[in-house]
Design a protein around this ligand. Structure first.
Ligand code: MRU
Length: 332
């Protein structure tokens, strides 16, 4: 039941990334031969999604180790490529642990491949755990892209959707377009249609109306960083979905591997929220859509407070109605 798409490929002496900026109408690959090119691919969104950028960064360190470049400089440029998803720093810390032990490039490669493989295994576990929470013939809403493109395979929230569909528990997915970068309209739609999972695209602004007028069982989303108290940073618009879900009696599920938890941060208030250039809002594919002198504010993540979350699904288990005590008990 693993997804066929493999967006991160180790090619022996370089890293190949499926360019997510041009999907779904073009399948183009970006070849990276050093950590700076990987950092550029992460910052420029050729590869995106919290677990996927952690995996790509791990391979980035391997590339520099292969050519005996400056490990510290490579780590720094990768760490600074995007601020919100903690998986990036988590993967770098794990690679640093191996490097400190005096590892060569081959040993670093083995660790990067392990991080990659473990992510897929964790997603398959979370898929089963999350699918078990859904009623038969569930109708769900998902946001952004949390599938094979965003991870080591299968996906987090989309992994739960895939697993639920495989056991016949899923009747219908509504996926938001996810303005402004359109991860939902371009990437989630691509993954869902490739596997014939029944799905309908909605405008982000249609979600509350959908919950008010049709029976929706769960909103299922991924995460970029989960604080110790369960507050969850995810793609901008997630918080609005959680507020609407609570208003309409719809359950709200967050699906994320243990590498997405940041237990050093007690609440979501301390999570750094990435702000990207106004141009992503004022232009579409290079063509202006707002007046030329229009300014814009473009935060690309928001924080959903833990009390709006009914369940956090992690590979270690399910936390219902998350609190700091429950998160620390499961994560250790
Ligand atoms: O800006 P992006 O596309 O990297 O944001 C991705 C998300 O917000 C995902 O929901 C999150 O990383 C979880 S992916 C499994």
């Amino acid at each position: 039941m693993t997804a066929s798409v493999q967006p991160i490929v180790w090619a022996g002496d370089h890293l190949r990334l499926l360019d997510q900026r041009v999907l779904p109408h073009e399948e183009r690959w970006v070849d990276c031969r050093n950590a700076f090119q990987v950092a550029e691919a992460i910052h420029g969104m050729a590869v995106r999604g919290a677990p996927a950028i952690g995996i790509a960064a791990a391979y980035g360190l391997v590339l520099d180790a292969l050519h005996h470049r400056d490990y510290d400089a490579a780590e720094l440029v990768l760490a600074e490529s995007r601020p919100t998803a903690v998986n990036l720093r988590w993967a770098l810390a794990r690679m640093r642990g191996v490097w400190r032990g005096g590892a060569d490039a081959a040993r670093l490669l083995a660790e990067a491949q392990l991080i990659h493989a473990e992510d897929l295994a964790q997603n398959l576990t979370m898929g089963k755990l999350g699918a078990a929470l859904l009623p038969r013939d569930a109708t769900v809403i998902t946001h952004c892209n949390t599938g094979a493109l965003a991870t080591g395979g299968h996906g987090t929230a989309l992994g739960v959707i895939r697993s639920a569909y495989a056991i016949g528990h899923l009747a219908q997915v509504y996926n938001t377009e996810t303005r402004p970068w359109l991860q939902g309209a371009r990437l989630t739609a691509w993954e869902l249609t490739r596997e014939n999972i029944p799905a309908k695209l909605i405008a982000d602004g249609a979600a509350a109306h959908l919950m008010a007028t049709q029976k929706i069982d769960w909103v299922i989303v991924g995460a970029d960083r989960i604080a110790a108290n369960g507050d969850t940073a995810n793609k901008i618009g997630t918080y609005s979905l959680a507020v609407s879900a609570r208003r309409h009696g719809v359950k709200f599920m967050v699906v994320a591997p243990s590498g997405t938890f940041d237990l050093q941060i007690r609440s979501g208030q301390s999570i750094p929220i990435e702000e990207r250039v106004p141009r992503e809002l004022t232009e579409f594919r290079g063509a202006p859509i707002a007046p030329l002198d229009m300014d814009a504010w473009n935060p690309v993540f928001d924080v959903t407070p833990a009390d709006l979350i009914d369940a956090i699904v992690c590979e270690k288990g399910v936390i219902e109605n998350p609190t700091e005590a429950k998160v620390r008990a499961l994560l250790g």
